[in-house]
Design a protein around this ligand. Structure first.
Ligand SMILES: [Fe+2]
Length: 499
């Protein structure tokens, strides 16, 4: 068994009901609110029960002898007729980078879960992680993907939105998400894998995750805010933050019970190894021209010294499927990404896999039009192939929305004449388009290169690229003479600009 994916249990660990409690969500690991950089890591271990209180404790330490002990904080979640729960949260700090720790959650002598978790990597070490979107619809394909993610044994994962369907409620999490990714005992294509017991997942808000933001109508809406514990390094309160509605009492309860994630889940960033990850809410209520938001994004990306700068959001600006084609609001960020040296922008929303050629985009308008479209000027790097030419000239946009929800198959090229591409809105930037199977992205990054692989629901690799940085020019070397490269068959020579 892979070291990074080892859950080990005492004999009674598989009982869902411990004493008088019913364990609804088994203990799982979150990244916690660790500083974006620094000499130590922290993690959060959290779980959910019914309303019967229990005196749980968490042992942890560098060996299976543990040596450190903490009591969780208990948070009551009260949703009236939609259910009530107790959430337990244990905060674990002062963990050394580049290491691992063992933990055990127990109720007196009964062990509920135990596992081994790797800590964050320092900047010179390799890190491997997965990215996937559009996961929790409760169907068989979600469980296959969860199983394959378990086999990939990542150090962390990012779910790029639409974590749970259809409205992101707590009840839907219990029905559609926790089983395949955490509660299952066995790891199999039929059940998923208990991957979240050892692997922290970062959540990004998709449209379904905020599908019930009026708590007066859906009291247990916005489940993501109770289950994810993102770093709290986002911008100050913005117009672009999600507006939660409900009665005064509900809003006060939400503020109390979701304090770890609200509003932090909308915008935050993290470092791990040579990777800087920036997570953005891209729902339609977000105004990507809001100065304070742009200022925060620019400062976050500019401040980072990480070699690889990756951005994660739900709504792809550059993709070629009819579904959601017009929701191009994130295109207005393209110049900022280029200015700040973003390497890859990952999205979901569209239920398939698409990888663009490296591109630069100059919007012709400050804001999306009423339909959501953003026209502009494309410059496409057609020379990059990720194998023989590994230095992209521009940002690579990846859609990895094949996490389990029903696939979107057709591409815009094949469809309604209303969606015929025009030079100022769509050019053939698509390098890879895989829509006949579910899939997820695996990224391995180190100080020399970044390798992006796409694995399908059976674990087969369906795409792979390698990215490297240009070699630094040293004073002892003469600059190379610029020469026109020979044209690659079937592709124009050099970057192309259309307008
Ligand atoms: Fe979506």
């Amino acid at each position: 068994m892979n070291r990074r994916f080892s859950l080990w249990f005492a004999p009674l660990a598989f009982c869902v009901a411990l004493s008088a409690q019913t364990i609804l969500v088994k203990p799982y690991v979150q990244s916690g609110h660790q500083p974006i950089s620094g000499a130590a890591d922290s993690k959060v271990i959290t779980w959910l029960t019914d309303t019967q209180p229990g005196r749980f404790e968490v042992d942890f330490g560098a060996t299976t002898n543990f040596g450190r002990l903490t009591q969780p904080i208990v948070t009551a979640l009260n949703f009236g007729k939609e259910g009530s729960y107790l959430k337990y949260t244990a905060y674990i700090g002062r963990l050394p980078l580049d290491g691992q720790f063992h933990y055990r959650v127990r109720l007196e002598n009964e062990v509920l879960r135990a596992g081994t978790v790797v800590t964050r990597k320092s900047a010179t070490n390799a890190v491997e992680f997965v990215v996937v979107g559009d996961t929790g619809d409760g169907k068989a394909d979600e469980r296959k993907i969860a199983f394959q993610i378990g086999r990939a044994a990542p150090e962390f994962a990012v779910i790029v939105g639409d974590i749970v369907y259809p409205r992101g409620t707590v009840k839907e999490y219990l029905k559609n998400f926790w089983g395949p990714y955490n509660n299952t005992i066995e790891a199999s294509p039929e059940t998923g894998a208990p991957v979240m017991g050892t692997v922290p997942f970062y959540g990004v808000l998709g449209n379904h995750d905020v599908g019930a933001s009026n708590l007066a109508t859906v009291p247990d809406g916005l489940g993501a805010f109770y289950f994810f514990h993102p770093p709290r390094n986002g911008p100050p309160p913005l117009r672009s933050h999600l507006r939660v509605r409900g009665t005064d009492l509900q809003l006060a309860e939400f503020k109390r019970a979701a304090a770890d994630a609200s509003p932090h889940l909308g915008f935050y960033s993290f470092d791990n190894g040579s990777v800087h990850g920036l997570c953005l809410d891209a729902n339609r209520y977000v105004d990507f021209t809001e100065p304070a938001l742009l200022e925060w994004i620019r400062a976050d990306l500019t401040r980072s010294r990480a070699l690889w700068k990756l951005v994660f959001f739900h709504h792809p600006g550059f993709q070629a499927t009819l579904a959601h084609y017009r929701e191009q609001q994130t295109r207005v960020l393209a110049p900022l990404f280029e200015e700040c040296g973003v390497d890859i922008a990952f999205a979901g929303h569209v239920h398939n896999y698409q990888r663009s050629q490296p591109l630069k985009f100059k919007p012709a308008q400050a804001k999306p039009d009423r339909a959501g479209e953003v026209n502009g000027v494309f410059t496409i790097d057609s020379r990059f192939d990720g194998a023989t030419n590994t230095v992209p000239q521009g940002v690579i946009y990846v859609v990895t929305g094949g996490g389990g929800a029903g696939l979107y198959k057709p591409s815009v090229e094949e469809l309604d004449p209303r969606f015929q591409p025009s030079a100022e809105n769509w050019t053939p930037f698509t390098a890879k388009y895989i829509a006949d199977r579910h899939s997820f992205s695996v990224v391995k990054a180190d100080p020399q290169k970044l390798v992006l692989r796409q694995l399908d629901e059976d674990g087969f690799e369906v795409d792979r690229i390698t990215i490297t940085k240009p070699a630094p020019i040293t004073p002892s070397l003469k600059p190379a003479t610029t020469k026109a490269l020979p044209a690659v068959q079937g592709l124009p020579s050099g970057a192309r600009s259309t307008n």
